[in-house]
Design a protein around this ligand. Structure first.
Ligand SMILES: [Zn+2]
Ligand SMILES: [Zn+2]
Length: 296
């Protein structure tokens, strides 16, 4: 499978000279399976650019939402395939938390928050809220999920294909102060042995204790999870909107030092727009993980 990052920033788009290398768009990750299926993880503002690319390609588009917070849905009205006549788009979401049965991606196109109404769109969009794993499996996309520790709830996902695996867990506090949806040990088990772990690491120690309970993890916690779960590659994701490129460079240096001192065979990257990761199975000998950061 091939994983491409289109939006890596948390909370709010943050363009500008201090963020242009890693990018200021909100979360959107494209996973193209080896069989050519398109899976989109979250629909932050990064999805706009991905939409242009998918206009050149036919086939069903699958959008999988971690949760309905603004930064994960706000790019969808500008996702060009929704204006393609009869283009099939399936949005997989969840009724997690206390938001009830809403499909936030489509419901925001209501004629008030956006000039058009969803009913006026020519594409064939549908929302799948129940039996998400089973429905995806029917389309040959193999996903399991676990509830995130985040205000309002949501899910983290593990995608498997041909002995390769990628995990996407954003907006998750690994050690939350209050109610715990998934314990740290359960996360270790869920992530165990994955080739790639994309995990929220919005905060550093200076943000604490003020932001404890806001539903995001420390970089140091994401690193420890990568070691404990014995993953191949950690991708730091959902960067704070105030984190400059130079500060993210520093985080990357600290990551490399940490894994080398821990003697852990984990490679690490700070997610950047345009970064691509390709996973190729090696017939029982593990997976080749190739990372191309040239788009960054
Ligand atoms: Zn977020
Ligand atoms: Zn959130």
């Amino acid at each position: 499978m091939k994983i491409t990052f289109y939006g890596v920033r948390g909370s709010i788009p943050s363009p500008g000279p201090d963020t242009c290398r890693y990018g200021g768009n909100t979360p959107c990750v494209h996973v193209e399976t080896a069989s050519g299926q398109d899976l989109i993880l979250d629909a932050g503002t990064g999805i706009r650019k991905l939409g242009k690319r998918l206009m050149e390609k036919d086939g069903m588009i699958n959008v999988l939402l971690s949760h309905g917070h603004w930064d994960h849905i706000q790019g969808y009205p500008f996702f060009m395939p929704i204006y393609q006549p009869d283009r099939q788009i399936r949005v997989y979401t969840s009724a997690a938390g206390d938001h009830g049965q809403i499909c936030s991606l489509i419901d925001q196109i209501d004629g008030a928050s956006f000039p058009l109404k969803a009913t006026e769109l020519p594409s064939r969009s549908e929302c799948v809220m129940d039996n998400v794993e089973t429905e995806l499996a029917r389309h040959n996309i193999h996903v399991t999920r676990r509830p995130i520790n985040h205000p309002g709830g949501g899910y983290g996902y593990r995608i498997e294909e041909d002995n390769t695996s990628c995990i996407y867990i954003t907006d998750n506090e690994l050690e939350p102060p209050g109610e715990v949806a998934t314990t740290y040990d359960q996360w270790v088990e869920f992530c165990h042995g994955a080739d790639v772990l994309i995990h929220d690491a919005q905060y550093v120690e200076d943000d604490m204790p003020h932001k404890h309970g806001w539903g995001h993890s420390l970089v140091s916690q994401a690193r420890q999870l990568a070691v404990d779960a014995e993953v191949g590659c950690l991708v730091i994701f959902h960067h704070d909107p105030d984190r400059s490129d130079n500060e993210i460079d520093l985080i990357q240096q600290q990551n490399e030092r940490f894994f080398s001192q821990a003697g852990a065979p984990v490679t690490s990257h700070c997610a950047a727009e345009g970064m691509e990761i390709e996973l190729t199975p090696q017939g029982g000998k593990g997976t080749v993980i190739e990372v191309d950061r040239s788009g960054h």
